[in-house]
Design a protein around this ligand. Structure first.
Ligand code: NAD
Ligand code: WQD
Length: 335
């Protein structure tokens, strides 16, 4: 089996590439390196012993993308490539619609042209927005409240309408909060500039690169007053993609799954666990709520467990230990 992975040098794409290669699947990576580094290809090879095919290609260029499909006999696509910063999407909405929506249209066009009939799409808990009841089930109303979340919802619509019209198979995975890194410490999340997500921020405080964490809100209706989220190890998430491909071996139609642990952890829980993993004190200050944040967000992932035979396995302690190993071994990311 040969799988095209768009965004394959990114955080989740690189871990998924490792997972697939370790199962003997041929991987072809397409990435324009707008938010990742070529070094990731070397690291994937170091972990797996196999060098994936790599194309430095922008999926928004239909002709370039078609050339990859011409060169490689692709069986399935896992579509990660997207821009993902919520704050940047508010500042530059057109960039986000252009990249995430046009990119997805082109991926679907290429699949139609080259008769590829299976796709796994990266979606996000961001599609639920502020309205859902926890634990969130897949049928909760979709009400994204920022341009990024709206591009994810539009990607879902494009892929499902297209899959239905062409009678092919699509699995849409809505990830909750992916954190951690491959246990080798060779690949991990490498945010450019100051991180906006909690885990890379905590990890840079532990490493002494940032002075202290600002805890956004301490008066939420949660057990300790800080925000509660559903954190999931990126390697568990990567395994979910393998299970999605297996699902598509014998099924057509559109299948949508929440991919989370089903458990909520507060910001203070995460600080405590990271301190344990790193043996370092995490300096923090209680601060104002971040606009647009919800008090709590965690998944009901029972459908994925039932239909994909997938379940998150790693504990928060392991997520923090792996994140810290990655941070320690690569203080300057992939440089
Ligand atoms: P990432 O930025 O690390 O990876 C995305 C990759 O796509 C990058 O390597 C980037 O260079 C590439 N890319 C972007 N636009 C491209 C284009 N036009 N052409 C070719 N390559 C392009 O992000 P990630 O965290 O690995 O996220 C992967 C996917 O998962 C995204 O679709 C994101 O929306 C989704 N997602 C991420 C999270 C999260 O918290 N990390 C949560 C939910 C959903
Ligand atoms: C987690 C918790 C913050 C930073 C976003 C997207 C979601 C998905 C994952 C892409 C919250 C608190 C954070 C800090 C803090 N991405 N926090 N200080 O907002 O749950 O989810 O990323 O699809 O769609 O919405 O993740 O890591 O930013 O925040 O106190 O410096 O940590 O308030 O409670 P979030 P996060």
């Amino acid at each position: 089996m040969k799988v095209l992975i768009t965004g394959g040098t990114g955080y989740i794409g690189s871990h998924t590439s490792v997972e697939l290669i370790n199962k003997g699947i041929d991987v072809v990576i397409v990435d324009n390196l707008s938010n990742s580094d070529f070094e990731v290809v070397n690291r994937i090879e170091r972990i797996t012993g196999v060098r994936p095919a790599f194309y430095k290609t922008d999926i928004c260029s239909r002709s370039e993308l078609f050339r990859v499909f011409e060169n490689e006999k692709i069986d399935s696509v896992i579509h990660f490539a997207a821009l993902k910063s919520i704050s940047e999407s508010v500042e530059k909405p057109l960039l986000y619609y252009e990249n995430n929506v046009t990119g997805t249209m082109n991926v679907c066009e290429a699949m139609k042209r080259f008769n590829v009939k299976k796709i796994v799409l990266s979606s996000s808990a961001a599609v639920y927005g502020l309205t859902g009841n926890n634990p969130l089930k897949e049928e909760a109303p979709l009400f994204p409240y920022n341009p990024y979340g709206r591009t994810k919802m539009i990607q879902e619509h494009i892929v499902s309408d297209f899959a239905e019209s062409e009678s092919f198979g699509a699995v849409i995975l809505r990830y909750f909060n992916p954190i951690g890194a491959h246990e080798s410490g060779l690949i991990g999340e490498n945010p450019k500039g100051k991180p906006s997500n909690l885990m890379p921020y905590i990890s840079q405080v532990a490493a002494g690169r940032l002075e202290k964490l600002f805890v956004f809100g301490s008066d939420y209706k949660t057990p300790d007053g800080t925000g509660v989220r559903d954190y999931i190890h990126v390697s568990d998430l990567a395994r979910g993609h393998l299970q999605a491909l297996i699902k598509l071996e014998n099924n057509t139609g559109v299948f949508t799954y929440n991919i989370g642990s089903g458990r909520g952890h507060s910001v203070l829980d995460m600080i405590k666990s990271f301190e344990k993993a790193s043996g370092r004190k995490i300096a923090f200050e209680l601060a104002e709520r971040r606009p647009g944040d919800v008090d709590m967000c965690y998944a009901d992932s029972s459908l994925a467990e039932k239909e994909l035979d997938w379940k998150a396995e790693c504990s928060i302690d392991k997520m923090c230990a792996d994140e810290w190993r990655w941070q320690k071994l690569n203080p300057n990311g992939y440089e």
